[in-house]
Design a protein around this ligand. Structure first.
Ligand code: PLP
Length: 384
């Protein structure tokens, strides 16, 4: 059998230790008993044991990890209790006092806040660059001092796209890409030579607004190294949420396909609407990095943002929505809209908000699984 397509992998991956069960068994346990002291000692000394103590590993969590590794074309994956758990553990596992990080400016609010406030406390220097400027990551690298280059593409909330080919060619020594908005169905950063891909699996991977989870994937050597620190950091994934997320993975292909198909129709509708000043969607020809999108993503995905004249208009549209719900998460079955300037990116302050395009009139949309006609009717009446 040749290499399977990701839609197929999503349906079948992570069953290696299921003992013939089609659905993964839920190992809701904190620890496993050993048959004798020698086995206990061996487990305690081994890397990533799955039957010892759940903070070190667990068969249900491991089934989810194997599924994500298959989807990302990775040797290994490691799950965490949240996307921020994955990001914080990875940064602190790889970087020490005196090290330097190159990160893009257009980042998820929590990641940006972590790099700005936590890293300096530990003597880790961060240089922020514009991900849309060709060569920006590479020219900010300080040879001998830079430990990690961190990107997020497409980015939250304005869907800026970083060039994975450029990132993959940088010997950071480590390069990591937050690929949450794309999911492994639309892009695989490791194929471009990036060292680690990370996700908030809370979003489209789990996909049903019922699990809080993060995951990283890459070479076994690197993932094992992050695991060594992560067992101490303690942002461990819950077996139940991993079980829920693996159930979500089974339908990831069809969900992402539907979200993308609806999002492009909505993006074109908004682009033509007189009340809308601009639309950011990677699937539109008008996206400033559309040539890069075409090279690295198989479609535009389910996330888009659009700009109204001011915050008052944006709030009025949110208040007028009926079907579409106002909430900050994304990637679930229902379409959600939020106002980044006063929610997800509120902590940044007006100056930084302006620098990353979080304008007062900006609204972010996570397109769900509803019929597109119902979405257009609701958003249309709210804009009117
Ligand atoms: C939500 C999100 C995170 C953080 O994930 P949590 O699961 O909420 O901790 C990180 N990056 C991106 C792009 C996100 O959307």
């Amino acid at each position: 059998m040749g290499e399977l397509n990701n839609e197929t992998q999503a349906a079948i991956a992570g069953r290696e230790q299921a003992g013939g069960s089609l659905a993964p068994p839920l190992w809701a346990t904190t620890a496993f008993s050993s048959i004798d002291p020698a086995e206990a000692a061996e487990s305690a000394a081994s890397t990533r044991p799955t039957r010892f103590y759940t903070r070190y590993g667990n068969p249900t969590i491991n089934a989810f990890e194997q599924a994500v590794a298959s989807l990302e074309g990775a040797e290994a994956a490691l799950a965490f209790g949240s996307g921020m758990g994955a990001i914080a553990s990875t940064v602190l596992a790889l970087c020490s006092q005196g090290d330097h990080i190159v990160a893009q400016r257009q980042l998820y609010g929590g990641t940006l806040f972590f790099l700005q406030t936590v890293c300096p406390r530990f003597g880790i220097d961060v240089t922020f660059v514009d991900a849309t400027e060709p060569g920006a990551f590479r020219s900010a690298v300080r040879p001998g001092r830079t430990m990690l280059v961190l990107a997020e593409t497409p980015s939250n909330p304005r869907l800026a796209v970083a060039d994975l080919e450029e990132l993959g060619s940088i010997r950071g020594p480590y390069t990591a890409v937050d690929s949450t908005f794309a999911t492994p169905m639309l892009q695989r950063p490791l194929d471009f030579g990036v060292s680690l891909v990370l996700h908030s699996a809370t979003k489209a991977i789990a996909g049903h607004n019922d699990a809080t989870l993060g995951v990283i994937a890459g070479s076994s050597e690197l993932v094992d190294a992050v695991w060594g620190y992560a067992t101490l950091h303690g942002a461990v994934a819950s077996p139940f949420d991993s079980w829920t997320a693996l159930r979500g993975v089974r339908t990831l292909g069809v969900r992402v396909e539907r979200m993308s198909a609806s999002a492009i129709v909505l993006a074109r509708y908004l682009e033509a609407h007189p009340a809308v000043a601009s639309v950011d969607y990677p699937g539109l020809d008008s996206h400033p990095q559309h040539h890069i999108v075409r090279r690295q993503m198989s479609s535009g995905g389910g996330m888009l943002s659009f700009e109204l004249r001011d915050a008052e208009r944006a709030h009025a549209v949110l208040a007028a929505l009926g079907l579409v719900r106002v909430a900050t998460s994304l990637g679930g079955p229902d379409t959600l809209m939020c106002h980044p300037a006063t929610t997800t990116h509120a902590g940044l302050g007006p100056e930084l908000q302006a620098a990353i395009g979080v304008t007062p009139g900006l609204l972010r949309v996570s397109v769900g699984l509803e019929h597109i006609d119902d979405l257009l009717a609701d958003i249309g009446q709210a804009l009117g």
